[in-house]
Design a protein around this ligand. Sequence first.
Ligand code: NQM
Length: 351
Amino acid sequence: MGDGVPCMLMRGGTSKGAYFLAGDLPEDPAERDDLLLRIMGSPDSRQIDGIGGAHPLTSKVAVISPSSRPDADVDYLFLQVGVDQATVSDQQNCGNLLAGVGPFAIERGLAAAAPVRIHLVNSDSLATATFTGADGVVEYEGDTAIAGVPGTAAAIVLDFAGTSGSATGALLPTGNVTDVIDGVTVTCIDNGMPVVVVPAAALGRTGYETVAELEADARLRRRVRALQLGAGELMGLGDVSAAPVPKISLVAAPADGGTICTRTFIPVRVHESIGVLGAVSVATVLLLGGAAGADLAAVKPGQTRFDIEHPSGHLEVEAEVDQDPLVVRRSGVVRTARKLFDGTVFPRRSL
Ligand code: NQM
C-alpha cells in the first residue's frame, strides 16, 4: 500500500466530494490528477477500487489553500473527476461542493470563523459562505431542508458578488442572447456555469420526464450531444467532447408553483436535481428579454428570487442583473453540507 493522503469526505449540497488541502497534493497538475484518479477509482463505471460514488455528482474533488488575495480567506479549486473516463477537469465550478468549503476551512484552521470568503479559482470569482463555525468547530446540525437530501442540516448561505462567468469568462459567451445550434434556438449563458438553455418542446419533449426516462432516450441524448459540441465551440470552450461542460438545461413552464421547470444534462448523465450555479445561470436567462425559454417562466418585473423546479423538487436561487450594460449584480443560494469522514485515503497503484 502506498502512502496515504489526508482527506475529508463531505456532502456539499446535493453532491459529494473529497476535500484536500492543496499542500497535501502534488503541485504538478499532471501528477495531482493521476493521484486523484487513483484515489477516486477512475476510470471504472463502478469506481470500485476508490472512493468515488460511480456518478459525476459523487466523483468530485475540492482543493483548498490559503488565499493569496486580500479579499478572500481561502482559494477553492474544483476538479471534476471522470467516472468511466480517466479525465480530471477544471473547466467548471461546483456550487454544491462550494457549500462544504467554508466548514472545511474552519475545520482545518484556514479561517478563524464564519463568514468565510472564498476565491473560486476556476472562475476567478468570489463567494461568501455564512454559517455557524469558529475555532475549528462547525455546527452541521440544523433545520434547513434542501430538495434531494433526506432530513435537515444547518444552513450555509452562499453569496456571489458580481458576474461569475466561469470557464468562458463572459455572461453571454457567444455574444448573442440566442443562437441556433443543430436547428434549435438556444441561449448560451455563463453566470458561474456554462449552460445551454433550450425549451424542451424544441426537442419534442415535455420537460417533465423523469431522469430515468431521459437517460433511456437515445435519440434525445444524441440531440443533446450535438448541442453540447456545437455550443462548446460557439462559447469559446473548443472541443468539449471529453469535457463536463456546457450543461444542457431543458426548460418547460413550471409544473409545481415554481418559476421554471428544468431537466439538466451534465452533459451526459442527467442531474438528479440541478447544480447550484447551473440554477443561477438558468435564472439569469429568465432576466434576459428574448432569451430561449424566458417566455415559459412566470417572472415579475424586479423579481430577484427564483424557484427552479428540478427532478427531485425545487432549488431557490437569487439573481440580480443590471440591464444596460448587462452585468450581474449578485447571486445567492442556501445550501447545507456535512462532514462524512475525516482521515487518510489510500490511492491504488498505477494500472
Ligand atoms: O452548478 C453538477 C452539482 C453540479 C455542479 C453539475 C454545481 C453547480 O450539482 O454549481 O453544483 O452540473 O455537473 O454538484
